[in-house]
Design a binder for this molecule. Structure first.
Ligand code: GLY
Length: 546
């Protein structure tokens, strides 16, 4: 009897130990869409490599996630394949040719958040095409096919899908109502099947030739829809669209080489700055999850976000990256940070709204290859404009520019002059797809949606994992703080922080607000050469693999 009890305890212990995070031995994926990850798994089993899987997931997500991964959006990816160096792919949206720095100031009717004037030229299809061209193993046609089937046969909508779609009801143009609601504007309910034959037709055109998105019927459909609403997006804008490959930012610490996104994302710069401060201030000497540690993390973030407003599209502005990451500047910031109380900055009254309109997914194998990809429409369903013929929801990425100097954007960010609107320019982003390598092999791939809160969340998960030895899942679920320099507010995880911690931070001078955090998902190769996959319980998420 004793033996049975003992064995049961061992079994229970093992089950508990290995249930979360999930483990895989060949390939792992994390992301927001279960059907898309299942498609990725099939593609891998058919012999597809990490990039093939990434492309198939992206196209499938354009079907399941029209609010944040539509063909009408854009994003960034960090890619490590075989012996090639890590590359950063930039398929961010671009300002239309007819826009200019005073575009939103000269006409108050023009909104950078809602409707036709908010839309940048989408880069999503060009991004997937570019990575496939460089690294893909399976035929493009094979990778598009599952997304076509998913659009034709339909998929069961999630609770998040229903909630986001209902929330956009007022903002949608007539085609949003036509394609994302049942008859007479009745909403789908969670788990009901939703079909998109119009999107399947667009995907079939893309399957024949991805470039057709930029020069054929799809570009025409989007341009005509936007023109009819008074916008300036043109066919010339689509023809001009090009992805860019960048050298990623990198930083050595704790035996790893971290690679992250350079401008036009602020993610890499802010994160490397924060990691340098963590090292400089020897943060990990403080007791883990102590009041002191949370206070110092908030101060490190505040100091690191300070330089964000200096950054912009590198083709249009000289970014002071060397200065912001120089030992001299980091030491000068560190000197001002004290464990006793907050450093003082002028407050700004801003209302930061919840935002999870971006999405991130990871694909990683045990051979050291990985893609970390973040894609966005900016706001949920972006501008609310949906194209007439193909039902493609279009971004509102123009709001990531400094549209009105001195005024906060929808993330509460006060942006710099160098990030003003200019034709052909890409707006500053916070998206932070990140890879960590050892011996030229990827050991961790990580990222998140959530605007400026992406950087602070990704940073803290890496910190918990590497400095505090938590596993991938514990690192993601752990309590986080966020500070973006302005407004002068320390955001703390809603429903996770104790009243004592909040009281303690307030006593040190923090203006504390309980709020949402970015939803991280990540994969790590552990000591047993198992892929450990985990996603954030703060929202919907999934893992898959084999
Ligand atoms: N649209 C959110 C970002 O790019 O940071």
């Amino acid at each position: 009897m004793r033996k049975v009890i003992f064995l049961s305890i061992i079994i229970l212990f093992n089950l508990k130990a290995y249930a979360i995070p999930a483990h895989y031995s060949k390939l792992a994926m994390t992301g927001a869409s279960k059907p898309a990850l299942e498609i990725g798994n099939d593609i891998s089993k058919k012999g597809g490599n990490v990039v093939d899987v990434t492309v198939a997931i992206g196209l499938a997500m354009s079907v399941t996630n029209p609010f944040n991964a539509s063909l009408g959006g854009g994003g960034f990816a960090l890619i490590k394949m075989d012996k090639a160096p890590v590359r950063a792919l930039d398929f961010r949206e671009v300002a239309p040719l007819k826009t200019h720095p005073k575009y939103y100031l000269e006409n108050k009717e023009r909104s950078s958040t809602d409707g036709a004037h908010a839309i940048g030229v989408p880069g999503f299809v060009a991004g997937l095409q570019a990575m496939h061209k460089l690294y893909g193993k399976l035929k493009w046609k094979t990778l598009v096919e599952p997304a076509i089937k998913l659009a034709e046969q339909g998929f069961a909508v999630s609770g998040e899908w229903v909630e986001k779609t209902q929330r956009t009801k007022e903002k949608f143009n007539e085609y949003g109502h036509k394609y994302f609601f049942k008859n007479k504007d009745a909403s789908y309910k969670p788990a009901e099947v939703m079909k998109q034959p119009q999107l399947a037709r667009a995907l079939k055109l893309i399957q024949k030739d991805a470039s057709s998105f930029y020069s054929g019927a799809i570009a025409k459909d989007i341009v005509n829809t936007v023109k009819n609403l008074g916008g300036v997006l043109s066919e010339e804008d689509f023809k001009n669209y090009k992805v860019r490959w960048h050298k990623p930012l990198n930083f050595n610490f704790k035996g790893y080489k971290l690679y992250s996104m350079p401008p036009p994302s602020s993610g890499g710069v802010v994160m490397v700055s924060a990691l340098k401060l963590i090292e400089e201030l020897k943060l990990s000497k403080l007791p883990a999850r102590s009041y002191d540690e949370y206070h110092m993390l908030a101060e490190v973030l505040k100091a690191s976000y300070r330089g964000r407003s200096e950054l912009a599209d590198p083709d249009f502005a000289k970014n002071p990256i060397e200065e912001l990451l120089s030992d001299k500047y980091i030491k000068s910031l560190a000197k001002k940070i004290s464990v006793k109380k907050v450093a003082n900055f002028k407050p700004v009254k801003i209302n930061v709204k919840e935002s999870s309109e971006t999405t991130h997914y990871n694909v990683m194998d045990t051979n050291g290859n990985a893609v970390s990809l973040t894609v966005t429409l900016n706001g949920s369903y972006g501008s609310g404009v949906v194209s007439k013929d193909f039902g493609i929801s279009l971004n509102n990425e123009m709001d990531d520019f400094t549209t009105k100097p001195g005024e906060p954007n929808m993330f509460g960010l006060i942006q710099g002059q160098s990030n003003n609107v200019e034709p052909g320019k890409r707006p500053l982003s916070s998206m932070t797809p990140t890879l960590l390598l050892k011996d030229d092999k990827v050991k961790m791939t990580i990222g998140a949606p959530g605007g400026p809160r992406i950087i602070s969340s990704v940073l803290q998960v890496i910190y918990r994992n590497l400095y505090r030895d938590l596993d991938m899942d514990q690192s993601i679920q752990a309590l986080r703080v966020h500070h973006q320099f302005l407004p002068k507010t320390t955001y703390i995880d809603k429903h996770k922080a104790s009243p004592e911690l909040i009281k303690n931070l307030k006593a040190r001078g923090h203006n504390v607000e309980e709020s949402w955090m970015a939803r991280v998902n990540a994969i790590r190769l552990d000591d047993k050469n198992w892929l450990e996959a985990a996603f954030d319980s703060r929202g919907e998420g999934h893992y898959a693999g084999h």
